[in-house]
Design a protein around this ligand. Structure first.
Ligand code: GTP
Ligand code: MG
Length: 220
C-alpha cells in the first residue's frame, strides 16, 4: 500500500497517469482495493476534461462536444504499479458516464444511469465523489436527486463548479455563495465548493490537494 516504496513518495499528480479499465456493468468492477475518487455530474459538465487537466494529459480521458461521450466507469491510476497484491496503486480516479441527457439511444442511457447510481451507493472503497456542476447552469433537479442518493448512502461528496471561464469573473463568488447555501443542510456534502476551469487551468491545485488529503486519510 502507499508509503512502502520509493514511487509512493512522489506526489500523486507529479507523475503520469494511465487508463486501466472500462467498466460497462457492476459485475465487471475490479475487486475492492485502493481508495476510489469518482467524478460525477450531468452529461457534458466537463468530468473527463477535468480529469485530463488534473493529471496534465489532454487525451487521457475521451472528451466531446456531444453529451454522452463517456459510457463506462473508466478507471485511471498513477503509472508504475503492477496491480498485483503488494503493488497496488495508492488510489484510482473514476470517470463516470453523465446523467441527465445524452445523444444516445434511451436503453443505453438508462443502462449507464443505473450503473452510475448502483456504483455511487454500493462501493465501499469509494471515498469521495466530486459532484461537478456547470457554472452556467447551477444545481439542477437531477443533481439534487444524486445528492439525496449520496446523503442516504452516507457517501461523502464535494461540489465542484466547472467551466468558470464561461461566466463573468465577478459571478464566481456569488455562485459559490448561492451553491453553498443550497447544500448547507445536506448531511454528506463536504463543506467548501471548488471553482474550476479545465480550459484556463483554474482551481486545479485546490482540487489536487483535496483529492490528496482524501486519499491520505483513507490510506491511514
Ligand atoms: P460526458 O462524458 O458526455 O458525460 O461529458 P463530460 O462531463 O465528461 O464532459 P467533457 O469533459 O467531455 O466536456 C464536454 C465539453 O465541455 C467539451 O466540448 C469540452 O471541451 C468542454 N469543456 C470542458 N471543460 C471546460 C472548461 O473548463 N471550459 C470550457 N470553456 N469548456 C470546457
Ligand atoms: Mg466524459
Amino acid at each position: 500500500m502507499a508509503g512502502t516504496t520509493e514511487k509512493d513518495d512522489k506526489p500523486l499528480f507529479g507523475r503520469p497517469w494511465i487508463f486501466i479499465r472500462g467498466v460497462p456493468a457492476m459485475k465487471f468492477l475490479p475487486p475492492e482495493g485502493p481508495p476510489e475518487v469518482a467524478f460525477a455530474g450531468r452529461s457534458n459538465v466537463g468530468k473527463s476534461s477535468l480529469i485530463n487537466a488534473l493529471v496534465g494529459h489532454k487525451g487521457l480521458a475521451r472528451t466531446s462536444n456531444t453529451p454522452g461521450r463517456t459510457q463506462e466507469l473508466n478507471y485511471f491510476v498513477p503509472e508504475g504499479y503492477s496491480g498485483e497484491a503488494g503493488d497496488l496503486p495508492p488510489m484510482a480516479l473514476v470517470d463516470m458516464p453523465g446523467y441527465g441527457y445524452a445523444q444516445a439511444p434511451k436503453e443505453h442511457v438508462d443502462a449507464w444511469t443505473k450503473l452510475v447510481f448502483d456504483y455511487l451507493r454500493g462501493r465501499s472503497t469509494l471515498k469521495r465523489v466530486y459532484l461537478l456542476i456547470d457554472s452556467r447552469h447551477g444545481i439542477k433537479k437531477n443533481d439534487e436527486e444524486v445528492m439525496t442518493l449520496l446523503d442516504k448512502a452516507a457517501v461523502s461528496y464535494q461540489v465542484v463548479l466547472t467551466k468558470t471561464d464561461k461566466i463573468k469573473e465577478a459571478g464566481v463568488p456569488r455562485l459559490i455563495a448561492e451553491t453553498t447555501e443550497k447544500i448547507r443542510k445536506r448531511p454528506a456534502a463536504y463543506p467548501g465548493i471548488i471553482a474550476t476551469s479545465s480550459e484556463k487551468n483554474e482551481g486545479l491545485d485546490e482540487l489536487r490537494r483535496a483529492i490528496g488529503d482524501t486519499v491520505e486519510i483513507a490510506n491511514i
